[in-house]
Design a binder for this molecule. Sequence first.
Ligand code: GA4
Length: 328
Amino acid sequence: MVVPSPSPMRTKKTRAVGIPTIDLSLSKPKLLELIVKACEEYGFFKVTNHGVPKEVISRLEEEGTDFFAKPAVEKQRAGPARPFGYGSKNIGLNGDSGELEYLLLHTNPFSIAERSRAISNDPLNFSCAVNDYVGAIRELTCQILDLLAEGLGVPDKFVFSRLIRDVHSDSLLRLNHYPPLDPSTKRHHQHHCLHNRVGFGEHSDPQILTLLRSNDVGGFQISLHDGLWVPVPPDPTQFYVLVGDALQVLTNGRFTSVRHRAMANSMKPRMSMVYFGAPPLDAWINSLPEMISSDRPNLYKPFTWNQYKQAVYSLKLGDTRLDQFKIN
Ligand code: GA4
């Protein structure tokens, strides 16, 4: 008799569900319908047939691997991340921490060129890898945002993507490295830790749209509206898309930003590369007029991206920062 082993997908407080997958090579009415539905139901989906060249991904992955393999003292030369640069364990400015180290970069090419000197022995190579990745992912992000605007029936198709294409866009790139579990740790101890080591704690992303790519090591989880956690299987060849707080406001809550976290319970190191598509600091964020009706009254007071960032950095990672911008 075959005894089924307990599935890691069905551990306490997690549930196995299908992650919506959007094939970008689908044709239009269907594609628009599916992508809008995924944003409404999950604020999260996987994209396939994304067109980003393999080599653009692998070059950045290699730069990341090389950097995180350096001795701690060398890595610290690129830090502390307040907010940009190398960070280890500490997240943000208000005492959050997790089992990871990271590089947080502004995507402005001048900022990247400047930072690269403390990050790499071959800064030119590093900044090229970052710029090529950011360029390709920005295009993909804008393509997705244009589909969303069209799918929502907004007449100005570029209403979202324009914010990210702006030269003054505040978009960021983050490389996260989650160290593996220590094999020398006692087995029972490890068993206990198996579900509990938090790499990056629960939160939503403040920006418009996030594109995440990881190596083949799992740990990423999303939270459903009922609060249950869903493990997302790693897929190094594809991208995961996350709705951010700013898109929630722009769509007047029709899309909601997805709460997510990364666990660090693997014997293999996990690395993720995360692009956060953001507006310029002085851009106003408010519900699009097309998203407001008598059935759907405006939920949010307008604010600039800069004002929102002030709120974000004054709070803890897991706080729901949009509350203070709600009408009533
Ligand atoms: C979460 C999304 C992005 O990684 C990030 C993070 C930022 C940081 O690491 O500096 C924050 C976090 C993120 C939200 C709340 C604040 C700010 C850490 C933190 C405790 C770069 C971002 O924009 O917001």
